[in-house]
Design a protein around this ligand. Structure first.
Ligand SMILES: Nc1ncnc2c1ncn2[C@@H]1O[C@H](COP(=O)(O)OP(=O)(O)OP(=O)(O)O)[C@@H](O)[C@H]1O
Ligand SMILES: [Mg+2]
Length: 336
């Protein structure tokens, strides 16, 4: 995979080509001070000036807490990006009030657990910042987009970072498929949410494969800037196929139910012997696996405690702390 292929898969590059066949979206340039804020590990303070949503909840006791024991340390203040904030709010409103956020390539899929609604649905800039700042995928886009490219000796292309806002759409995971294109030929299709078994895929295998092949030959083939790429589609309940995303043909892109070796090899692989693309999906409950993003989470108890969502857990936690404290005091004063 070459750096140029990664450049071509940026949202703002492919979107104008395939606009008619994908979810309505708006792209806003990301100012440098916002990029700096996203990369700064220290601040997760979000400005209350974005009126679309409630400010992040703080505890009643907050005023009593001394965050700093050093008088000279500046208090953490929320950075303000007034112009950017109003541009984002305007875009969110134009897209119906609820959006799915991305950067040039990635969505913060690894961070949905941190949001109060456990979803990537955002209604304000603070919703977006919370997800972006918690996501390794977003950091990858910002810091090392060309990590796995084969032409490492060539200079990195200059990237203009962008915030992509897509109209929120309730996509049923069983309708999502990833399609691998090599030399402008559709060679393989994989169920996207391969950890689950969907009966309808088994039942409609032929129709699904046919619909995706038609969509490819009518709208995608020869229209993109590369001849090797991966595109994601959604087949809705009416059987209509939509484009969801374009990704580089290479290891940065998850090959799902295929392996990159088989996709790249010119050898005698299953898909070359048959007419159409190889179509793989999970065929039974037995193979169901946990979601791949689970490893990015922290234990549920931590989340509940930190957000104060589960009062009983908090009470138990405080009791535990108290009894530990008493135990250690007893150890220090064994005579008591
Ligand atoms: N507009 C939308 N509204 C709601 N959900 C969406 C929307 N767009 C995408 N999704 C959901 O989010 C998932 C990830 O979206 P997308 O493919 O754009 O992210 P990505 O970061 O490019 O993922 P990958 O790393 O796998 O390429 C999709 O599989 C889909 O389930
Ligand atoms: Mg993608």
């Amino acid at each position: 995979m070459k750096k140029e292929q990664v450049v071509h898969c940026q949202f703002s590059v492919w979107y104008p080509i395939f606009k008619k066949h994908t979810i309505k979206s708006l792209v806003l340039p990301l100012p440098q001070n916002v990029i700096d804020y996203l990369l700064d590990d220290g601040t997760l303070v979000v400005s209350g000036s974005d009126h679309n949503s409630q400010p992040i909840q703080t505890s009643d006791a907050e005023e009593d807490i001394q965050w700093s024991d050093d008088e000279t340390t500046a208090t953490a203040t929320a950075p303000e990006f007034p112009e950017f904030t109003s541009a984002v709010l305007e875009a969110i409103n134009a897209l119906g009030g609820r959006v799915f956020p991305k950067l040039n390539w990635s969505a913060p899929r690894d961070a949905n657990w941190i949001a109060l609604n456990s979803s990537l649905q955002c209604c304000s800039l603070s919703d977006i910042f919370l997800l972006f700042k918690s996501s390794d995928f977003i950091t990858h886009d910002l810091t090392q987009p060309f990590l796995q490219c084969s032409d490492q000796d060539s200079p990195d292309p200059v990237i203009s970072y962008e915030l992509v806002l897509r109209k929120w759409s309730e996509l049923i995971p069983g309708g999502e498929f990833r399609c691998f294109v090599k030399e402008n030929k559709l060679i393989a299709i994989s169920q996207r949410d391969y950890t689950q078994y969907y009966q309808h895929i088994l039942k409609q295998e032929e129709q699904i494969s046919q619909a995706i092949q038609e969509f490819f030959s009518q709208h995608v083939q020869y229209n993109f800037l590369d001849e090797d790429f991966v595109f994601d589609v959604y087949r809705d309940s009416q059987g209509r196929v939509w484009l969801i995303d374009l990704n580089p043909f290479g290891e940065v892109t998850d090959s799902l139910l295929f392996s990159w070796d088989e996709l790249m090899s010119g050898g005698e692989t299953a898909y070359q012997q048959q007419e159409g693309p190889a179509f793989r999906y999970t065929t039974s409950e037995v193979t169901v696996q946990p979601s791949p993003c689970l490893s990015y989470r922290i234990p549920r108890d931590f989340v509940d405690l930190s957000t104060g969502e589960d009062a009983f857990k908090l009470v138990d936690f405080l009791k535990l702390k108290k009894s530990q404290q008493e135990e250690s005091e007893e150890e220090e004063n064994p005579t008591q």
